[in-house]
Design a protein around this ligand. Sequence first.
Ligand SMILES: Nc1nc2c(ncn2[C@@H]2O[C@H](COP(=O)(O)OP(=O)(O)OP(=O)(O)O)[C@@H](O)[C@H]2O)c(=O)[nH]1
Ligand SMILES: [Mg+2]
Length: 327
Amino acid sequence: MANINNIVKNVNIFRKSFTFADKDVTKWFPGHMHKGMQQMLNRLKKVDCVIEIRDARIPISGNNPKFSGLLRARPHLLILNKADLCDMEQKETVLQALRNDGIEEILWTNCKEQFPQTIKVNLIPTIMKLIDTHPRYKRTELSEYNVMVIGVPNIGKSSFINAVRRTHVQKGKATPVGAKAGITRSVMEKIKVSADPKIYIYDTPGVLAPEVKNINTGMKLALCSCLQDHLVGEDLIVDYMLFWLNKHKKFQYLKVFGLTEPTDDVLVLLNHVAQKNNKFSKRRSIDSNQGRIVYRPDFTAAANIILQKFRSGELGPIMLDSKIKAD
Ligand SMILES: Nc1nc2c(ncn2[C@@H]2O[C@H](COP(=O)(O)OP(=O)(O)OP(=O)(O)O)[C@@H](O)[C@H]2O)c(=O)[nH]1
Ligand SMILES: [Mg+2]
């Protein structure tokens, strides 16, 4: 394998920015998102505290600016979930950037754990402190508290609610979870997650901004599966991943995919992974082979293998908003 130190010194070989022809990366705003947002605004009257969840790998890019109205209206706690996939060396920088944005209460979670420590120890006292210190919103008859969980798609809202319920009322799954964006499609009936104090949570559908103009923000959302892959294109998402990993000198992908040196060319990577995993698609030839069946490397299958490795953390812990703001 090529000497990584030499490669690191010579990063000029990689692209400096990511560009492609169609700049409107994400325009995915299906009907259920529009309806969901309306339902969330209508439900706000019954809510004492809003928990916003973001993917810890995109703590800034994973924000939906359209949530600001909901967040201003009630005490607000930010959960950075999928902390297990996140490069925690950047934790302090992230906290500082979020505090600069006016967010004070921030917790990190991994909802894949059976009983996440933060949920066991910190969550309920933080919710209660927020409600108690915002008397303006305190409803007089409070014997129970209602919380609404919001966020962009697929960041683990439903997993979080199930984890809180599992931890505090020892009950099983109450809301469906899935690896694809768009599992929860409307605001759900409230779910009991704590008996003393009595706390209920509303699950809500993941909602994106109607249009994401910034190409880096859109690609980071796509890379973290906040959009459905086919809407952006699996190969384009892999291309962004490769650009980002090279730019940030994260070369664990060489070992994982058995490459001898890094590449900045997505076709080289897709071809290599397709060949290694025996992923070929059958096509009828249209050239001089006169209609004979030919086998071509299946780039979509290869892209899915690569994205699965990235998303399960096998390419190393990631903080896509490193040095924060758009990069
Ligand atoms: N690694 C990791 N995966 C997680 C974590 N929390 C949730 N997931 C996974 O993320 C995927 C999405 O989880 P959901 O709970 O369905 O996400 P959601 O935000 O409710 O998604 P929508 O309802 O589609 O908006 C699932 O595959 C979960 O298993 C976490 O803390 N770490
Ligand atoms: Mg959900």
